[in-house]
Design a protein. Sequence first.
Length: 202
Amino acid sequence: MSEAAQDLRIAEEDRLRAEVYDLLAALLSDPPTQERLRAIGKLVGDNTPFGTAVDTMSKVARATTSSAVEREFTDLFIGIGRGELLPFASYYLTGFLNEKPLALLRKDMADLQIARAPNVYEPEDNVASLMEMMAGLIDGRFGAPASIEKQKEFFNRHIAPWAGHFFSDLEQARGSVFYLPVGTLGRIFIDIEREAFRLGGL
C-alpha cells in the first residue's frame, strides 16, 4: 500500500498527533541538522500553551546553529561518561538502567510486532524510541493503525508514568537552550494526550 493510501486510513487529528511524536523522536534521537532547524524555524503556533511552545521553539531554532545544538545535545544526553539527563523509562521509574520497564516494553513490542531498528544500540525504553513507537501505532507503520484502546494501553504503560517528568527535567536542565522549548512542547503534549485518553476524546 502506498504512503498516500495509508495516510487516508487515519483521521487528520491522528496524523497531526503522529507528526508531533515523530518530531519529538527526531529531536531526541539526534541533534537537528541545519536543514531541520530551518524547517522548525518556519513553524507557527497559536495562543494555546502548546502553540506558544511551538512559537518559542521556532524562534530559538532561527537564532541558533546546528553546531551549537549538537554541543547542547552532547552535554544533555551523552556527556563524558553520561549526559546531564538519562532519558530512559527504566532509569526514571527504578533509578537504574535495563530494569523491569525495559523487559515489559520488549514483551509488548514483540506482541505488537515492533522490531528494534538495526542501527539503534541504546535500550529500547529511551524516550526517542518510545515517541517513534507511539507515532507508528497511530499511523500504522507497524501494520494497521492501532485502535485507540491499544494506543491508550501502550501510552499508559510505557510513556505516561515518566515522560512528563523527563520533559520537565529537560526544560530545567542547565544545558538546555534549544532543548528548553522542546521540553516544554513535550511536557504539554504528554499532558494533552493523557487527558484525551482519560476522557476518551481521541
